[in-house]
Unconditional design. Structure first.
Lengths: 264, 335, 315
């Protein structure tokens, strides 16, 4: 087990002109080379945590420590060198090639008045190789499938050479096959490159299979925090999602199955 | 810059080609041989350069006019491609967003009420104000979506144009003529003095855009993503918009409002070489220069009148735009 | 354009077909006229009491101010030929409104409001005389108009007499520049008529327009000997003479570029402008003529004031 690299401490957030806190003191840690999944229903605060970490929204209180530095306090450029983000869905404005799209990950390494160098191209190509989409390099990334596009975004985050990667619901717009492919690839990358991966997921089964650690969020608070098996339990799911489930042991792992009345 | 195909080179040299041809054409009949003689005489005085009328025609009338047209084309296209990238919207250009009208108002105020102040100095702040207004009015929670931005730009443009009309009304009708000039766009009074002014101002505006052009790729991904990639969006947007406005304001101050160039040329170039701003920005600028020179050559030679070039760009621009939208429009902006 | 006088039992009327082809019947003599245009024509008729309203530009006009210094206070303005203030106009209860045909929309607008409107746009000396005579009829000042025309004809005769002696090969090429140095007067209009009168050759007369924007190359190709600049242009002779772009144009080379006075050419003053132009074009033929004296005589005859009371011609 790697030591804890990323520490979220005491995150409080509410929208301007509102009374109620959306986040009420979120705190957890994530380890190097591991996937930490944030689970929770819609409106629980998952996306808010994500936006606060990315610097898009400013939390009223709280810090996010990485390697001793509070990344919330950094300039955009410095933060991007530590934290790379893979967004959920993406409306491509123009048909950039896959290579050009991945190359954009190098922005934080290229000065404002410069253009990418050979080295930047090298890193981009490496990322493309790692993710396994080299055959798509020259294709317009608007013309590839949704799953392939998600991989492009992962490659871009990789090209950023940031030790932390944040993925926001990477599977929500994908079909079953692609969901599994993406998450496998992400785990492979996390292990190989020692990246701290933080991921929001809605599907408890995928979380169970692919996480090393799980954090369940409910109504702006941490409901549970620990190994997937300890967090994704029948009680927790009932409490947080309001759904009866059965968590079944199978073949050394656990499977979540909603308990629904048969309708015959 | 990736020089993948000969198209890149062709677009890059197109302004020089257009300029070269333009020098040979004009109301005063100068034989091609004479043109060459005059030019040779300038480069190497050994050929002899007597001050004959043809020399004035080629070197003091056609050449500065062609260069000025090229500079203005660079300013309009460069600004157009930048605004399209920043606002993620292929349907904007400085004319649509109201920058041109704003600058024209600055010019009109200078001509009408403050003749002591050089028009360039009044044009720029008003150009900036126009785009800031358009941007501020159109944004909700810090994001500007496509349609509101275009609509707001159209409104701002109409507003500033109306203000120019008010100035026209209030001002001595004898100064009126000059104000109408701003609204129509023309290179008829080009000379070396204007070339120097335009050169300085337009290059000052276009240079930061050129240097920062790769960042437009990231900016075009949207504000949140650009921030996540490490772009200081607020600061860089100010630089891009400020530089564009400067270039456009100077262009308007020397040649009046010329529309459509900033919209059409980046589109066309994007269709030919793709959206990567590393190449798109310089090639749009080159294409803009070539197009402007071409349009002006038509404007001054089609009839024995010197047609305002803004008319030529509108006549070619509007139908071309419709054609673009119908044909492969969706492709060139990736949807 | 036809003027017919029809006598009815109580009042005379005249019927006039104006520049826009509109046929208008007006009872004469007119008691309350509003003049958006051609006010300089009526200035010498001594009918101030019958002018109910005038163009706002008349309040700044040198001749009007010289003849009636309190004009701004005594004769209100209802706008101008460009922009009509309809409420002000209606308040003035005019019998007739004289404006120009350049902007047809205000004409229709005023007509709809029940006003009698005449739209003029004299494009030749002949048409100018017609409008002057029509004004004479309107105000019952036919005699004065005829005497003004006689004064103008006297000057034109003087000019003609001299310039007809000039052999065709010695005639000079002349052009008239207006708002921009590249806007020239074409083959139609009062300016061109004046050129014909003084036997100057207008190379731009091939363009059958009042005014045309041409490229500067075209002007160089025409190579005029004399250049006249519109009195209200923002630039002057020095801008042409010292300008390297114009250096091969004969007029610029020989410093024969002259800026006209800021006088309207729709005015009897046209005669003096024509004389000035003739003298600038063919000075050798007018050595014995003193322009100041000729102008002074003219102004006294037509307007009853000395020449020095108005804006003088430069140089």
């Amino acid at each position: 087990m790697g030591e804890i690299m990323l520490e979220v401490k005491g995150l409080h957030f509410r929208h301007q002109h509102t009374e109620a806190d959306v986040l009420k003191g979120i705190a957890f840690g994530a380890n190097m080379g591991q996937i930490t999944t944030i689970l929770g229903p819609n409106g629980s605060g998952k996306t808010t945590i994500f936006k606060c970490m990315a610097g898009i929204w400013k939390p009223q209180r709280g810090k996010v420590f990485f390697d001793g530095k509070d990344i919330l306090d950094l300039s955009w450029e410095k933060r991007a060198k530590i934290l790379a983000i893979v967004p959920q869905e993406h409306e491509p404005p123009f048909p950039y090639t896959v290579l050009d799209a991945v190359l954009m990950g190098r922005v934080s390494h290229v000065g404002a008045f410069s253009s990418p160098s050979k080295y930047d191209y090298l890193k981009a190509e490496e990322a493309i190789e790692t993710v396994g989409i080299a055959h798509l390099k020259e294709k317009a990334y608007t013309k590839i499938s949704g799953g392939e596009r998600q991989l492009v975004l992962v490659a871009r985050a990789l090209a950023q050479e940031a030790p932390v990667m944040l993925l926001d619901e990477p599977t929500s717009h994908l079909d079953f096959r692609n969901q599994v492919l993406i998450l496998s690839k992400v785990r492979e990358i996390a292990r190989q490159k020692g990246i701290t991966v933080l991921m929001t997921l809605h599907d408890p089964n995928l979380a169970m299979v692919f996480s090393d650690k799980a954090v369940m969020v409910n109504e702006g608070c941490i409901a549970s925090n620990g190994t997937p098996e300890s967090v994704i339990t029948e009680d927790n799911l009932k409490r947080v999602y309001g759904i009866d489930v059965a968590v079944i042991n199978w073949n050394g792992t656990k499977v979540v199955c909603p308990r629904v009345e048969r309708y015959d | 810059m990736k020089t993948k195909s000969p198209i890149y080179l062709l677009i890059l040299i197109s302004p020089f080609l257009a300029g070269w041809i333009a020098i040979f054409i004009g109301a005063y009949n100068v034989s091609p041989l004479m043109v060459l003689k005059v030019i040779a005489g300038e480069i190497a005085p050994f050929f002899g350069n007597p001050d004959i009328p043809e020399r004035a025609i080629i070197l003091d009338i056609r050449l500065p006019r062609v260069i000025l047209a090229g500079l203005v084309g660079i300013a309009l296209s460069g600004s157009g491609v930048t605004l399209q990238g920043i606002f993620r919207n292929p349907l904007v250009d400085p004319f649509i967003l109201g920058i041109s009208a704003g600058a024209a108002l600055g010019c009109a105020l200078s001509v009408g009420f403050f003749p002591e102040i050089p028009i360039q100095i009044m044009a720029f702040p008003f150009g900036i104000v126009a785009v800031i207004l358009a941007y501020t009015i159109a944004s909700t929670q810090g994001e500007v979506s496509r349609l509101p931005l275009i609509l707001t730009g159209v409104i701002i443009s109409a507003f500033f144009t109306a203000m120019v009309s008010i100035v026209k009304f209030l001002v001595d009708p004898h100064k009126l003529q000059s104000i109408v000039f701003w609204l129509m766009g023309s290179f008829s009074l080009s000379d070396w003095k204007l070339v120097k002014i335009a050169g300085a101002g337009i290059i000052a505006g276009v240079l930061p855009i050129f240097l920062m052009r790769w960042r437009l790729n990231a900016m075009s991904m949207g504000e949140d993503e650009a921030k996540a990639l490490g772009v200081n969006v607020k600061r860089e947007r100010i630089i891009f918009i400020g530089a564009s406005s400067l270039a456009v304001s100077i262009a308007v101050s020397v040649s009046g409002i010329i529309g459509w160039v900033g919209l059409m040329v980046p589109h066309l170039v994007r269709m030919l070489i793709g959206p990567d701003h590393r190449s798109l920005v310089p090639l749009s600028m080159a294409g803009g220069a070539a197009f402007m020179i071409f349009a002006d050559t038509i404007a001054r030679n089609l009839t024995n009148f010197d047609i305002p070039v803004g008319i030529i760009t509108a006549i070619t621009g509007a139908p071309f735009f419709v054609y673009l939208m119908k044909k492969g429009g969706r492709e060139s902006w990736g949807r | 354009m036809v003027i017919m006088v029809a006598a009815t039992s109580w009042a005379a009327t005249i019927t006039y077909t104006d520049k826009m082809g509109r046929v208008v019947t007006v009872p004469v003599p007119v008691k309350r006229a509003v003049l958006f245009e051609t006010y300089e024509l009526s200035a010498g008729l001594g009918v101030w009491d019958r002018i109910a309203g005038i163009s706002r530009y008349a309040h700044e006009n040198d001749l009007m101010l010289a003849l009636k210094p309190d004009i701004a206070k005594t004769i209100p303005s209802a706008g101008s030929g460009f922009d009509v203030n309809i409420e002000m106009l209606l308040k003035l209860r005019p019998d007739i409104v004289l404006t120009w045909a350049f902007k047809p929309e205000p004409v229709k607008f005023m007509e709809e409001k029940g006003l009698k409107v005449i739209a003029v746009y004299p494009e030749s000396l002949h048409e100018l005389y017609e409008v002057m005579r029509f004004q004479g009829r309107l105000f019952g000042k036919e005699k004065k108009v005829e005497s003004t025309i006689a004064q103008m004809e006297k000057i034109f005769a003087l000019i003609s007499g001299r310039v007809s002696r000039i052999p065709p090969e010695r005639r000079k090429k002349v052009i008239w520049l207006s708002g921009k140095p590249t806007t020239v007067s074409g083959g139609i209009g009062v300016n061109n008529d004046m050129f014909s009168l003084i036997k100057g050759i207008n190379p731009a007369s091939t363009i059958r327009e009042r005014s045309a924007d041409v490229s500067i190359e075209q002007i160089i190709a025409w190579n005029p000997d004399i250049i006249f600049i519109w009195g209200s242009a923002r630039y002057g002779a020095a801008d042409i003479i010292g300008n390297p772009q114009w250096r091969h144009v004969s007029a610029a080379k020989n410093s024969r570029v002259y800026k006209a006075p800021k006088w309207s050419t729709w005015s009897p003053r046209l005669a003096i402008v024509a004389l000035w132009m003739a003298m600038k074009t063919y000075p050798e033929y007018f050595v014995d003529i003193n322009l100041e004296k000729a102008a002074d005589d003219f102004y006294r005859e037509v307007y009853g004031i000395p020449y020095r009371k108005v804006e003088r011609i430069e140089n």
